[in-house]
Structure formats: structure tokens, C-alpha cells
Write a protein that binds this ligand. Structure first.
Ligand SMILES: Cc1cc2nc3c(=O)[nH]c(=O)nc-3n(C[C@H](O)[C@H](O)[C@H](O)COP(=O)(O)O)c2cc1C
Length: 368
């Protein structure tokens, strides 16, 4: 039997990887408090999953304002950079590779997780119909509706772009192999892209070119800070409606974006099929096929894949790499299980967010 392409070595951007599986970015809300600092437990979790060709970290907020949920790790303070260094050391020590996912939630946030209780930052002052998770000053925590945001002033946008560049420099300092710009799932950059959430009248809103301007400026600033476009990826979720985003014409929007990105020589574009968070994904396969024809670089595909559908996507040329989210939560040794054709552990949905070891570092590997 020949080795599936999924398990063969490849090159992703300027990084050699031993296989074409990717651990998808997965928010787990388990950083150390106070300060949203990655620590030894997080290092152990990622170390266990170092068999992935490439790990993309959970979303990590680039600024305090970029946070939307309690206990998500940041990459803006010295303690956080030191904490991430523990994580990258553990992954590298186990023979793995890891990119940091650079995250700004925009309006998917709450005054309780914002510095000084301010209103969240967004393209426009339009409240999302979405929930976040917050902690009260007395320590109690609960789900809450996203707060009414404040529209970013045009003058604030240059600082925001620079915050992505700074986060990239922080990621390099913390030992990451690269970064992924999070422009998916209804967070800040997606809010700028989608026509419904962006009602600006300056150079960052209105026309498609204007709505796409911020993500392209962020990608360019990130590449400049990294010094190697082959260590930078970007994630999109065309057709996704999670977090109350909607775009009038995803084919036009993403064709334009990918065409623009063709000249950037990125490590990859990561396409997240929006079936994991509900929402409609009718027409996704056709859209992906059309986008495949526009984009000349590599795609990572994520969303509901198993070993067989991942292999098919790669064999057909639709994607060059396959990302697994929930399967990597439940199976630290997912790649080994694929290699052996072994059964996959089932995920426990009640331990996804928050907490400590349980449902995090205690999923068994084969032979445990
Ligand atoms: C618990 C959980 C947390 C997630 N956190 C993130 C995140 O931080 N960043 C992101 O881009 N996607 C996030 N996602 C989406 C996943 O990366 C992935 O695209 C999705 O789970 C579909 O893949 P799967 O069917 O293999 O799980 C998350 C999904 C889950 C289930």
C-alpha cells in the first residue's frame, strides 16, 4: 500500500513538515490568571500534539482590546511572550512546529473583558447578535451577549495594523515558526470584510476594495515584521455566519482577496468550512472550487474532515494541507492513529472551554 499524501513530507511556505496534517487553531480558555498567560499546562497540551505537520495555536489576542472571552491567552505582554516560549520549546522539543494565530475579536467582546470597561472596537457601531463568555469581578463567570461596540476612528487604524506587526515580532521572540492572521469566524478582520458589519464611509468601508483594505494591510505589515512571507498564513471562512457576519457576495469578496494575495507569496491560505458552528454552507464546495482556480498558492482546508475526505481533498488538488480541529482535541496522537488506521477518541463537548487538565491533557494516546 502506498503512503497517503496526507502522511507524506511536504513544504509549507518556507517550512519543511513531515506530513500534511495541521492542528487547527482551537480556543480552550485555559491560560493562567491574572494576565492571560500561557503556562506549563498549555505547553503539555501542545507537546502532546506535536505529531501534526504543523500546529496553529489557539487564537491569541494581539492587544488587550483584542480579547473577547475570559482566559484566552494574549501575545502582547512580556509574561505572555515568556509563557508562549514554554509552549514553543515543548513543541520543538517533541519534534513539532507551531504558528501563532493572531487574533482580534473586534465587536465579539464585552465591556467586562475590555481594558477599563471600554466598549469593544469594531468597524461600525453595530452590536452583534452573538454570545461571549465573561468573568465578573467577584470571580463568577457566565455567557453574555456581545456589548455594543464603538467604531474605530480612521486615525486608530494605523495603530491597529502596527499592533499586528508588534504581535508578529512578539511571536518570533516567543519562538514560533510563523504566524497565521485570523480573518475568519466573524472576528475583527472578517467584520471589516463582510458588507453587513462594515458600514464605514472612509477608505476602510463601502466598496469591496475598501472593505478588504484592512486585512491586506495587516497581512503586509505581518510579512514585513516576519521578514519572510513563507512564514505567514491567513485564515478565512467564506460563507460563515458564525458571530453574526454576513457578506452579500462571498465569491466576489474572496476572489478579489485571493487575487490580491497571489502576489504576496504567503505560506498558505487557510479556508475554514463553516459547518462547525452551525450556519448554512450550501454551495461551499462550488465556492471552494472557484477560489481554488483563483489562488495560486497552497490551501489548508478545515472543517468536518476525516482521514478519507482529507486525503481526497489533497489528491484532487483542492487543498494541499488538511486541518483537524475537534479530532486533535480528542486525539493527541491523531497522526499516528491515521497512520495505523486506528479508531479516534470521541470528544467531550462539556470540557472544551475553561478548566484545567480534564478534557485537555487527559485524552489517551494509543497504548496509554
Ligand atoms: C473548541 C473550538 C475552538 C475553536 N477556536 C478557534 C480559534 O481560536 N481560531 C479559529 O480560527 N478557529 C477556531 N475554531 C474552529 C476550528 O479551527 C476548526 O475550523 C473547526 O473546529 C472545524 O474543524 P473540525 O471539524 O476538524 O473540528 C474552534 C473550534 C472549536 C470546536
Amino acid at each position: 500500500m502506498t503512503t497517503p499524501l496526507l502522511l507524506q513530507p511536504a513544504r509549507i511556505g518556507s517550512l519543511d513538515v513531515p506530513n500534511r496534517t495541521v492542528m487547527a487553531p482551537l480556543t480552550r480558555q485555559r491560560s493562567q490568571q491574572p494576565g492571560n498567560v500561557p503556562y506549563a499546562l498549555n505547553a503539555e497540551y501542545y507537546r502532546q500534539r506535536a505529531g501534526a505537520g504543523l500546529i496553529i495555536s489557539e487564537g491569541t489576542q494581539i492587544t488587550p482590546e483584542g480579547q473577547g472571552y475570559a482566559w484566552t491567552p494574549g501575545i502582547h505582554s512580556a509574561q505572555q511572550i515568556a509563557g508562549w516560549q514554554q509552549v514553543t520549546d515543548a513543541v520543538h522539543g517533541a519534534g513539532g512546529r507551531i504558528f501563532a494565530q493572531l487574533w482580534h475579536v473586534g465587536r465579539i467582546s464585552h465591556t467586562l473583558v475590555q481594558p477599563a470597561g471600554k466598549a469593544p472596537q469594531a468597524p461600525s457601531a453595530l452590536q452583534a447578535k452573538a454570545d461571549v463568555y465573561v468573568q465578573e469581578p467577584d470571580g463568577s463567570h457566565h455567557k453574555a451577549a456581545a456589548s455594543m461596540p464603538k467604531a474605530l476612528e480612521t486615525e486608530e487604524i494605523a495603530d491597529l495594523v502596527q499592533a499586528y506587526a508588534q504581535a508578529t515580532r512578539n511571536a518570533i521572540k516567543a519562538g514560533f515558526d510563523g504566524v497565521e492572521v485570523h480573518s475568519a469566524n466573524g472576528y475583527l478582520l472578517d467584520q471589516f470584510l463582510c458588507s453587513d458589519s462594515n458600514q464605514r464611509s472612509d477608505a476602510y468601508g463601502g466598496s469591496l476594495e475598501n472593505r478588504a483594505r484592512l486585512v491586506l494591510e495587516v497581512v503586509d505589515a505581518t510579512i514585513a515584521a516576519m521578514g519572510d512571507a513563507g512564514r505567514v498564513g491567513v485564515r478565512f471562512s467564506p460563507l460563515g455566519t458564525f458571530n453574526d457576519v454576513h457578506d452579500a457576495n462571498p465569491l466576489e469578496t474572496f476572489s478579489y482577496l485571493l487575487n490580491e494575495l497571489n502576489s504576496r507569496q504567503l505560506a498558505y491560505v487557510h479556508i475554514n468550512k463553516p459547518d462547525w458552528a452551525g450556519g448554512s454552507y450550501e454551495g461551499f464546495d462550488e465556492l471552494l472550487q472557484a477560489l481554488r482556480e483563483v489562488y495560486q498558492g497552497d490551501f489548508i482546508l478545515a472543517g468536518g474532515l476525516d482521514a478519507e475526505s482529507a486525503e481526497q481533498a489533497i489528491q484532487s488538488g483542492l487543498a494541499q494541507f488538511a486541518a483537524f480541529g475537534r479530532p486533535f482535541i480528542a486525539n493527541p496522537d491523531l497522526v499516528e492513529r491515521i497512520r495505523q488506521g486506528a479508531q479516534w477518541n470521541q470528544i467531550n463537548p462539556s470540557t472544551l472551554y475553561g478548566g484545567a487538565e480534564v478534557g485537555y491533557t487527559d485524552y489517551p494516546a494509543l497504548g496509554d
